[in-house]
Design a protein around this ligand. Structure first.
Ligand code: GLN
Length: 533
């Protein structure tokens, strides 16, 4: 097999320009040409992983099949590529330092002073090359988090410089993403921030090979030429990325800009196969030409920051397109919902999703929401904490277990219908210690879940410590809330349903993590179908 090719994506001028989407779009185009591609995200913060970060800090924590708690960009990678990522696809400064310090304690560097260069940079390089080993991929795209010039990014930029030098320009290239702002007062697009940002890269020893310029307006050939000249980049390697209405259009825009061809040319790869994007284009066409529209409520407590529910909102887009339906998601704060105002707050919703979460804030609002959905026969999907709220609500209002709760919120309740998992009882550390990643679930045939999946054995991703307390199994089952999905090894309840309701499903796992453009998640697809009906 030929050498693995490495593409690095750095960012300048401002954060949030969409390096993740550009990386995923390039990967999509290369994949569509028959290459095997993976994407890695290097995050410069010192947390070992984002699992301990509040969603307000960093958006959603995305969970991979192998149980890694990762940056939400990995969600984009999977949604675009329809291929799983793993722990190796997300590395933080915390993890790098942890590895180096553990090695130092073991005596691996005995006698040496351990330093950022070469020890930290060597560990960064090892993590980058790890994905390229094992003959799995033709191309590894590595996105460097943060913005060039940040103190935290320096060791990463230095590692990229070294790898470029070691591997040569045919095997390794750098794409730098910047912003070309439009100044309405003077009616001009400005390239100076891009020039400065490239200068910062040059000061660190890296000449970028390709520039992707984010812009609100189309760039003229003159502007592109000017950027090419001043930034020392070939004219064809200056690519614009104009704002579009959906991120899923970005691959097609990058195709128009020939970003894939530029990269292929520089890496001396073959461009013989034309990109196969039929299914992708069909998805975009369905997305843009809906026949129906529904309003669905997402009830959570991090609603001020929609990134906190990124995978859920993207799952609505995939499943909406599948149903030729525009899903208008109304983000509703569970803290604002009371017995008195619930009618007012939730009226007009065709479906209700109660979101995952941790802790007591906003929990009563979620439970009131479930009751509203159950009593008014509104299609309901409860995810993780959302499912747990559905169990608590049923216990309180149907089984009349007064004060029933999850012991996460009230550890003294007489009816602990949701309780800490046995294996969690001795856990003290918070980081990486939940029940994480893919676990099996066996589904009974007469269920909405079976109708959706069309099979009895599934694997879904998890991120929780509490579970349905099977002490109460019969109470629920005999009174109309049926555990229809169970883990075959541990017997943990994974799915509950209310057959007398129009469409009521609670899942302990996170279906949103595995919904992709090409494979919208079946539970979301059927949930939206029920909302349309
Ligand atoms: N806090 C709940 C638990 O730990 C639910 C977690 C979640 O919604 N991801 O079990």
């Amino acid at each position: 097999m030929a050498d693995v090719k490495y593409v690095f994506v750095t960012g300048g001028v401002a954060s949030s320009l969409g390096k993740g989407i550009i990386s995923a779009s390039l990967a999509k185009l290369l994949q569509a040409r028959g290459y095997s591609v993976t994407i890695q995200k290097l995050d410069p913060y010192i947390n070992v992983d984002p699992g301990t970060l509040n969603p307000y800090e960093h958006g959603e924590c995305y969970v991979t099949l192998d149980g890694a708690e990762t940056d939400l960009d990995l969600g984009h990678y999977e949604r675009f590529l329809n291929a799983p990522t793993s722990q190796a696809n997300n590395v933080t400064t915390g993890r790098i330092y942890q590895t180096v310090i553990n090695k130092e304690r073991k005596g691996d560097y005995l006698g040496k002073t351990v330093q950022v260069i070469p020890h930290i940079t060597d560990e960064i390089k090892r993590r980058i090359k790890l994905l390229g080993s094992g003959n799995k991929y033709d191309i590894v795209i590595t996105e460097i988090g943060g913005t060039v010039g940040d103190i935290e990014s320096l060791p990463y930029i230095e590692s990229v410089r070294q790898l470029k030098w070691e591997m040569g320009s045919q095997n390794c290239l750098v794409i730098h993403l910047t912003l070309v702002p439009y100044l309405s007062a003077s009616g001009e697009l400005k390239t100076k921030p891009t020039q400065h940002s490239v200068k910062v890269l040059l000061e660190n020893g890296i000449q970028p090979d390709v520039l992707v310029l984010r812009t609100e307006r189309n760039l003229t050939a003159d502007i592109k030429r000017k950027v090419a000249l001043f930034c020392n980049v070939e004219e064809g390697a200056v690519v614009q990325s104009v704002d579009v209405s959906t991120i899923y259009e970005v691959p097609l825009k990058m195709l128009e800009e020939k970003l894939d061809l530029t990269v292929i040319g520089k890496l001396r790869l073959s461009a013989e196969t034309e990109p196969q994007l039929t299914a992708w284009r069909e998805f975009i066409s369905r997305l843009k030409n809906p026949k129906h529209s529904v309003k669905v409520g997402l009830i959570g407590k991090y609603v001020e920051l929609p990134d906190a529910y990124k995978s859920i909102s993207e799952s609505f887009i995939h499943s909406g397109a599948m149903n030729e339906c525009q899903v208008n998601v109304e983000y509703i704060h569970s803290e604002d919902i009371t017995e008195e105002n619930v009618d007012e707050k939730l009226k007009g919703l065709k479906g209700i999703l109660v979101a995952p979460g941790f802790g007591s804030r906003g929990i009563e609002g979620k439970i009131i929401t479930v009751r509203y959905a159950r009593e008014n026969n509104i299609p309901f999907l409860g995810i993780c904490l959302g499912m747990q709220c559905a169990v608590v609500e049923f216990a309180r209002n149907v089984l009349h277990f007064e004060g029933a709760h999850s012991t996460e919120i009230n550890h003294k309740t007489r009816y602990p219908v949701i309780d800490l998992m046995e294996e969690q009882k001795s856990v003290i550390d918070k980081g990486g210690t939940m029940r994480l990643g893919g676990y099996k679930c066996i589904i009974s045939k007469d269920s909405l879940a079976y109708e959706a999946y069309g099979k009895t054995e599934i694997i879904e991703r998890h991120r929780h410590r509490y579970e349905f307390n099977d002490r109460f199994y019969d109470d629920f089952k005999n009174n109309g809330m049926i555990p229809v999905g169970v883990n075959p090894e541990s017997n943990l309840v994974e799915i509950v349903e209310i057959p007398s309701h129009k469409w009521f499903v609670g899942v302990q796992f996170h279906p949103e993590y595995s919904s992709t453009v090409i494979n919208p998640h079946p539970l979301f697809v059927n949930f939206i179908r029920a909302c349309i009906d």
